[in-house]
Design a protein around this ligand. Structure first.
Ligand SMILES: Cc1ncc(COP(=O)(O)O)c(C=O)c1O
Length: 369
């Protein structure tokens, strides 16, 4: 089997975790948490890092921390993970969906502008499969309209946009450290911010709404979103390996581009202003290909090659239709990506030999072998 993703724990993970076990710092305080938060924030050019239990609750806490007026609209891409939409809805805000750019698969900034209204108070750019959203026009819009920016960089550790690290653009920026991410803690997440005030709120929100001034006395709704020192120990070792992990992803992408050349599929792009970290190597089948993504996935599975389909747009989710949201909306780029896109094995330990095998299997499945 060639798995779709595998973590690489090739640095000091074991040493740091053993140190936690020996010192007894295994819960949600300790030196590795502090080091992980500050080093990841620094790597992304931000002042404060607030570690969270996973990327989904990082998004939820990040949106909640902005304290937008109830009913405010938040622009976000329809083509993303469902956590983005829930973060907005659970904060009592209204999600407004935007279609994607057909080449980078990230939110189409021009369409975002068209979808905005006087009630729009924030925008959530989501870097997709390692490629950044075009942040220059997006930040210009946000500034002009005084929108706050919730950046979702869960798929873009080490990526750059106009030479700046992804995760450095938001009023709040979110990461996931799930096991398939470029930096992992098994499960985990973080919110980054430049604002000491927002950082303080985030620390309270992740810890049951505890206040600094009076213990067990609560003035707002918080959750237990804490990450452990044990997980942060893994995270710190991973941060030390970031450059190597990104280099591996970029080598993988070069090898795939070479091996898939000439096939009727769209490959990931890298815009001139971007550094793509190819978190997952996605392909989109040309319309002329008789198979859809599910058909191709089944053929590859038959040869022991694991893949994952692309996201299904938020406007096509029955759970939201049941809430009276997004019914009848049409976002043609996202709809096509959901049907014709999938990603190939992209793990950090993938070998050149495995990439060649996958390319050969794709070629055969498409009848070009
Ligand atoms: C863009 C994006 N945001 C948020 C998340 C949620 O992260 P987690 O799985 O850690 O909850 C993911 C998860 O894969 C993601 O891809």
């Amino acid at each position: 089997l060639i798995p779709v993703s595998e973590p690489l724990l090739g640095g000091r993970e074991e040493e740091y975790v053993l140190d936690c076990l020996r010192s007894g710092w295994i819960s949600s305080a300790g030196p590795y948490l502090e080091a992980f938060e500050s080093q990841w924030a620094a790597a992304c050019g931000m002042q404060h890092g607030i570690a969270m239990a996973n990327g989904s609750v990082a998004l939820a806490a990040a949106v909640a921390a902005l304290q937008l007026p109830p009913g405010s609209q938040v622009l976000l891409p329809t083509f993303t993970i469902i956590s983005c939409a829930w973060a907005v809805i659970e904060a009592g805000l209204e999600p407004v969906l935007v279609d994607s750019d057909a080449d980078t698969w990230t939110m189409d900034v021009r369409l975002a502008e068209q979808s905005a209204s006087a009630r729009t108070k924030a925008v959530m750019p989501v870097h997709m499969y390692g490629h950044p959203v075009d942040m220059a026009p997006l930040l210009e819009l946000a500034e002009a309209h005084r929108w706050l920016v919730v950046e979702d960089a869960a798929e873009a550790h080490g990526a750059r946009c106009y030479e700046r690290p992804c995760g450095s653009f938001g009023d709040v920026s979110c990461f996931s450290f799930y096991a398939n991410k470029i930096i992992t803690t098994g499960e985990g997440g973080m919110v980054l911010t430049r604002s000491a005030k927002i950082a303080e709120r985030l620390r309270s929100l992740r810890n049951l709404g505890f206040r600094r001034d009076r213990r067990f006395y609560h003035t707002e709704h918080g959750h237990n979103y804490r990450l452990t020192n044990l997980q942060a120990a893994i995270g710190l070792a991973q941060v030390e390996r970031l450059d190597d992990h990104v280099a591996r992803k970029r080598r993988m992408a070069l090898a795939y581009a070479e091996g898939l050349r000439g096939l009727p599929v769209q490959l990931p792009v890298e815009r001139g202003w971007a550094r793509n970290v190819y978190w997952m190597y996605g392909i989109v089948l040309d319309d002329a290909v008789p198979l859809d993504a599910m058909g191709l996935a089944a053929k590859l599975a038959g040869r022991g090659i694991e893949t994952r389909p692309f996201f299904v747009g938020m406007h096509e989710q029955p759970v939201f239709h049941g809430l009276g949201l997004f019914r009848g909306e049409c976002h043609p780029v996202a709809e096509r990506l959901a049907r014709r896109g999938l990603y190939l094995p992209s793990g950090l330990t993938l070998t050149q030999q495995q990439i060649s095998e996958v390319c050969e299997a794709v070629r055969a499945a498409l009848g070009s072998g």
